[in-house]
Design a protein around this ligand. Structure first.
Ligand code: FDA
Length: 389
């Protein structure tokens, strides 16, 4: 069988690419290894799919080349996707920080994309195992357990290795290397962090406690919820900063960003000397966190030395743990790194040295913040490739 374009992977990026190509009267064939298209969309955003972000802009994406994402993002924006969602009558709301979710279910987004695919003449074959990919001089040749397909162009939209139990693989990197493209070492991103030593001794008993915090690493700074876990730290502030974190680096946390704890404790020491330190702290922190932080200060605040109070304040406004690691690809919402943008055109997502070969979505070394940014990259990069194949 010969088709205009073969798209491997029926996720967010692959489906958008196929729709765009189909609307140009090409008849794309999408080959999907799993049993259903858009599996990650269905589980995304707690089942409501945070499908884009009102504030999506290039600064919200990490890459070895921070400029690479600009072209695709500017040619298919969050507003283009919102228009599509509106045309399909899908109700949505802004939850927080520009994050847009379906009112109903993430399945509506998949149904919308499949409806668009049907209207654009896209064929999708699920449950297809790809055994070999090659190029015979004029066509890309994809061998599967159901036979061979030839295509003038080949789009690899197989995502990254995060959440392997959902069938996620490093397939895109293998194809990239096979055709001579470089790959930026993939690493788990938007992932919980693990702690060790004293930091874990603080965090583990607080498992389940969450607090509004600021997480900082170099120029990156996020003010969102931090969640203590039995292994370390999670919650949006931690997931966000995890994408920037490299082994051995300390992360700065302010666990009470609206309060100068040193000044607060000093004032309370004068006003309420008989109060316990944990009771005082519970005025500005969740009670369990206050108790955990003040566990080695059992005496009333009036009898607690200034040095101890200063150290306590430091631990709250300027806590600097060095994470032991991350919870890995098994728990990572996305993969950072991927197909090296130096070997791709930012306009077409095509391989510079291999005409007709494109890589889109999470497979590429472009990673968004938490909050709908990764789907926006999937839509934008999928659209850019769909216009070019
Ligand atoms: P994606 O992984 O979606 O699709 C790749 C497809 O290729 C899959 O269908 C896979 O089965 C298939 N495939 C893989 N290997 C193959 C092979 N060898 N042969 C054939 N097919 C193969 N982002 C966001 O913006 N908002 C959100 O709310 C969420 N929520 C969220 C929750 C959870 C639990 C996770 C794990 C992730 C998110 N994300 C998210 C991230 C988002 O899901 C992710 O960035 C996009 O799905 C990436 O889209 P892609 O199409 O690139 O890959």
């Amino acid at each position: 069988m010969i088709v205009d374009s073969i798209v491997i992977g029926a996720g967010a990026a692959g489906l958008m690419c196929a729709i765009t190509a189909g609307n140009r009267n090409l008849r794309p064939l999408v080959l999907e290894g799993g049993n259903q298209p858009g599996a990650k969309i269905i589980i995304s955003g707690g089942g409501r799919c945070n499908f884009t972000n009102l504030d999506a802009r290039p600064e919200s994406f990490l890459s070895e080349n921070p400029h690479f994402c600009k072209s695709a993002l500017s040619r298919y924006t969050q507003h283009d996707f919102i228009d599509l969602v509106n045309r399909h009558g899908i109700a949505w709301h802004e939850k927080t920080l520009g994050q847009l979710f379906c009112d109903g279910s993430a399945r509506q987004i998949v149904e919308m994309l499949l409806g668009e695919c049907a209207a654009a003449g896209v064929r999708i074959e699920t449950g297809t195992r790809i055994t070999e990919v090659g190029h015979d001089g004029s066509h890309f040749r994809v061998s599967t357990d159901r036979g061979e397909v030839l295509g003038r162009s080949l789009v690899v939209a197989t995502g990254g290795p995060s959440i392997p139990k959902m069938g996620a693989t490093g397939f895109a990197y293998d194809i990239a290397r096979q055709f001579g493209l470089r790959v930026v070492t993939p690493r788990p991103a938007l992932v919980p962090l693990t702690l060790g030593g004293d930091d874990l001794a603080l965090a583990a008993p607080l498992s389940g406690v969450s607090v509004e915090a600021v997480a900082r690493l170099g120029p990156a700074s996020f003010r969102e919820k931090l969640l203590f876990t039995h292994r370390g730290l999670s919650g949006p502030a931690v997931l966000q900063i995890s994408s920037y974190w490299r082994a051995g680096q300390a992360i700065d946390f302010d666990l009470a960003p609206d309060t100068d704890i040193a000044a607060f404790l000093k004032a309370r020491k004068a006003e309420r000397p008989r109060a316990e330190v944990k009771t005082v702290l519970a005025e500005v922190l969740p009670a369990r966190l206050a108790q955990g932080l003040a566990s080695d200060q059992p005496r009333p605040i009036g009898e607690t030395g200034d040095k101890a109070l200063t150290a306590l304040a430091e631990r709250i406004n300027r806590w600097r743990p060095i994470p032991a690691g991350t919870e890995g690809f098994a728990k990572a919402e996305v993969t950072a790194g991927g197909v090296d943008t130096r070997d791709l055109s930012s306009r077409t997502l095509g391989a510079v040295k291999v005409p007709g070969l494109h890589f889109i979505g999470e497979a590429v070394d472009v990673t968004g913040w938490l909050g709908g940014y990764n789907f926006q990259w999937a839509w934008s990069s999928g659209h850019a490739a769909g216009e070019a194949v």
